[in-house]
Design a protein around this ligand. Structure first.
Ligand SMILES: [Zn+2]
Length: 300
């Protein structure tokens, strides 16, 4: 399933920018039994997917790690997320083992509003977990659920980056939308929250939240690709502000659950340079490499 042509194009991208590779903060690796079920939702265009979404990078975990290595993705994540209570511990144990076996992978974990959550988040943070992930659309919980308050306090104090999918794309529900993150940041304003998919489709509201909270970031996941532009194009008038936030935008791709070649994410970002002068090569270098290194440290 390795596609050498795909890899050559990606390598051309970062070589052309004079980078040692790319740093992709938003990729997924899940335990195989869970992953099979998640992928089935994509294959069926299930209710939380909402459109045809043929996953391009199938194959074993080993093959997908090898594919990322061929691309020159020097650092990536696993970003498990729980769809119900009682499974975060299982996901987190698996993700910890995975990160131990795959040195490029950030040690990733998740949590859920459930008994014991403060305890296990405390253990994770103390042990040095590198990145956390929450998906409120799938998990169907509110970010300001009282059971999560202490856990968020610990994460905020530790400065652990937490990737949060709270935008209403691809299909919104009562647990998505910028007001959820706004309430969370009112209680935990120093949180190192990374807004997944730049908050699509509520780009403007999430951008304003990131501007107002200096530890927060945006990840580019799927935004600016032709696939995403059909349903959630990025508003032209926000581009100057995106240029100003150049130190707080991180490359994300959603590999492997993307319906197009990996390079399309990078092409979409590259096209921004034609739309606004502040989104040229210097901005790309920060987004695709330096900002990730600054936040997570230098890859081994
Ligand atoms: Zn994702």
């Amino acid at each position: 399933m390795l596609d050498p042509a795909d890899a050559a194009e990606v390598v051309d991208f970062w070589r052309g920018l004079g980078l040692p590779g790319v740093f992709d903060v938003h990729t997924h690796f899940l335990p195989p039994n869970i992953e099979t079920r998640v992928w089935a939702q994509f294959d069926l265009a299930g209710p939380k997917i909402g459109r045809e979404w043929p996953i391009r990078y199938r194959g074993t975990h080993e093959e997908r790690v090898e594919q990322l290595r061929e691309f020159g993705v020097r650092r990536f994540s696993a970003l498990p997320y729980a769809h119900r209570p009682g499974i975060a511990g299982y996901l987190n144990g698996w993700a910890r083992d995975f990160a131990e076996q795959v040195p490029e992978c950030l040690w990733s974990a998740t949590f859920y509003p459930e008994p014991g959550v403060t305890r296990y988040v405390s253990d994770l943070v103390e042990a040095g977990v590198e990145v956390l992930k929450l998906h409120t659309q799938v998990g169907e919980f509110r970010l300001d659920h009282p059971a999560l308050d202490e856990a968020f306090g610990l994460v905020e104090d530790a400065g652990t980056p937490i990737v949060i999918h709270a935008g209403s794309g691809p299909v919104g529900n009562q647990f998505t939308g910028p007001h959820h993150l706004e309430r969370l940041l009112r209680r935990h304003p120093r949180l190192t929250a990374v807004v997944a998919h730049m908050g699509a489709p509520e780009y403007a509201e999430f951008l304003a939240l990131v501007e107002a909270h200096e530890n927060t970031r945006l990840d580019t996941t799927m935004v600016f690709t032709e696939f995403f532009d059909v349903e959630a194009p990025y508003p032209e008038d926000l581009l100057p502000r995106l240029a100003d936030l150049g130190d707080r935008v991180l490359l994300g791709s959603d590999f492997p659950t993307i319906p197009y070649p990996y390079r399309e994410q990078l092409d979409g970002l590259t096209r921004l340079g034609q739309r606004h002068p502040g989104l040229g090569e210097d901005w790309l270098r920060r987004v695709c490499w330096h900002n990730g290194v600054e936040l997570f440290g230098v890859p081994a």
